[in-house]
Design a protein around this ligand. Structure first.
Ligand SMILES: O=P(O)(O)O[C@H]1O[C@H](CO)[C@@H](O)[C@H]1O
Ligand SMILES: Nc1nc2[nH]cnc2c(=O)[nH]1
Length: 382
């Protein structure tokens, strides 16, 4: 019997299904109150580009009406049900699709944000937080946005909110996407490209992380100065696959990923808020998750110079840098990584979320002040 046929499916067309489809879902842009986008017809739009089916190695043309290539496997009668494209490791979200998503959003809000914020676990406003502090806001549940993934993790609400933080226009992701949810990294980071085409120039990402550095306490903030991309070491990067130069170069430099001047502003904010004692600067490492680390893994990461470990952010920052955005990120240390074989402590997601909620007021002010400084700096350098 020959080897099972591998079916790779691509999205096929590049013309955004959303083009010309911008009418109606949200009536009136902003009127001082939060509005929710009505998801009518969006399911239809999401399915508007049926995928083309290709056969991988050994290469041959797939004929859905012939059973001989099926190797006895029971496939659904409709081959389109064999879609695996959303889970392809290679980016199948074209520039045109991202553009159509950006246009979809821009046609429904009057606000034109230059700063994009991603809220980490527990900081997403399930209990009222940063995004709820926005005024004149418009929110889009992720499932109402064409081509957007939807989050599956508690503590990640799943709304894109446009509004003013103080007097600065921002867009805010209440909930992000992780590799362990089953999404490929390019898809986890796709909203960052949407931000870029909406006009965002600065990305601010937050996350919850385990603290390895002995000087860190639970509840501390770590400004990320660098990362170790363990997923990348294992051959997984959001930029894998065909490169579209309209986003950025094939081989982007990443050594200046965490902008020096924004980090300096963040430290100035910490001084103004008199919280220098809980604010550090350090190295973040991403792991795939969802299992937390073993003691041997934590010891290895500590030996490599890692100060905090988590399961996000790096793919977002790489994608942002690739398309020329300035990026900044910080970790909230939600738990101390266990390094002792005698310890009965175990990390858990509930404590991660609780710490995010507990630190909400401090983080909200930290971000609001930082956003104000970035905007001021942006205006000055015009
Ligand atoms: O990085 P964020 O999304 O803040 O969440 C962190 O917290 C979760 C584990 O509790 C993981 O998803 C980890 O990445
Ligand atoms: N990988 C990882 N992610 C986290 N997110 C919050 N805490 C942790 C942790 O200890 N390890």
């Amino acid at each position: 019997m020959s080897a099972p046929v591998k079916i790779a499916v691509s999205n096929g067309t590049t013309n955004g299904a959303t083009n010309g489809n911008t009418n109606g879902a949200l009536n009136g842009a902003t009127n001082g109150a939060t509005q929710e986008v009505n998801g009518a017809d969006l399911k239809k739009m999401k399915n508007a580009n049926p995928p083309k089916v290709y056969i991988g190695s050994p290469h041959k043309e797939f004929n859905p009406s012939s059973n001989d290539s099926m190797d006895g496997n029971q496939f659904p009668a409709d081959p389109l049900q064999c879609r695996i494209e959303p889970y392809s490791p290679y980016n199948s979200c074209t520039y045109e699709i991202v553009q159509s998503v950006a246009e979809f959003l821009l046609s429904r809000v009057t606000i034109r944000p230059k700063i994009g914020i991603i809220c980490g676990s527990g900081m997403d406003g399930t209990t009222g937080c940063l995004a709820d502090a926005l005024t004149d806001s418009t929110s889009f549940p992720y499932e109402t946005i064409p081509y957007f993934p939807t989050p599956t993790v508690p503590g990640h609400m799943g709304r894109l909110v446009f509004g003013y933080l103080g007097d600065v226009p921002v867009m805010c992701m209440q909930g992000r996407f992780h590799y362990y949810e089953g999404y490929p990294l390019w898809k986890c980071a796709m909203p960052v490209r949407v931000m870029k085409l909406v006009g965002v120039t600065h990305l601010l990402a937050s996350n919850a992380a385990g603290g390895l550095n002995n000087n860190y306490k639970v509840g501390d903030i770590m400004i990320i100065k660098d990362h170790i991309n363990l997923l990348g070491f294992a051959g997984n990067n959001p930029l894998m696959g065909p490169n579209d130069e309209r986003f950025g170069p094939r081989f982007p430099a990443i050594n200046r990923a965490y902008d020096y001047s924004v980090r300096r502003m963040a430290k100035a904010v910490a001084s103004e808020m008199n919280i220098n004692n809980i604010v550090h600067e350090g190295v973040y490492s991403v792991v795939g998750g969802p299992s937390f680390e073993t003691i041997a893994e934590i010891r290895m990461l500590a030996a490599l110079g890692v100060d905090a470990v988590g399961m996000s952010t790096v793919h977002e920052v790489i994608t942002a840098r690739h398309c020329g955005m300035t990026s900044f990120a910080f970790s909230l240390i939600t738990n101390k990584s266990v390094t002792d074989y005698e310890s009965y402590e175990e990390p858990n997601h509930a404590e991660v979320i609780d710490m995010g909620k507990h630190r909400e007021p401090v983080l909200k002010e930290f971000i609001a002040r930082l956003v104000k400084k970035i905007e001021h700096d942006r205006q000055q350098s015009k």
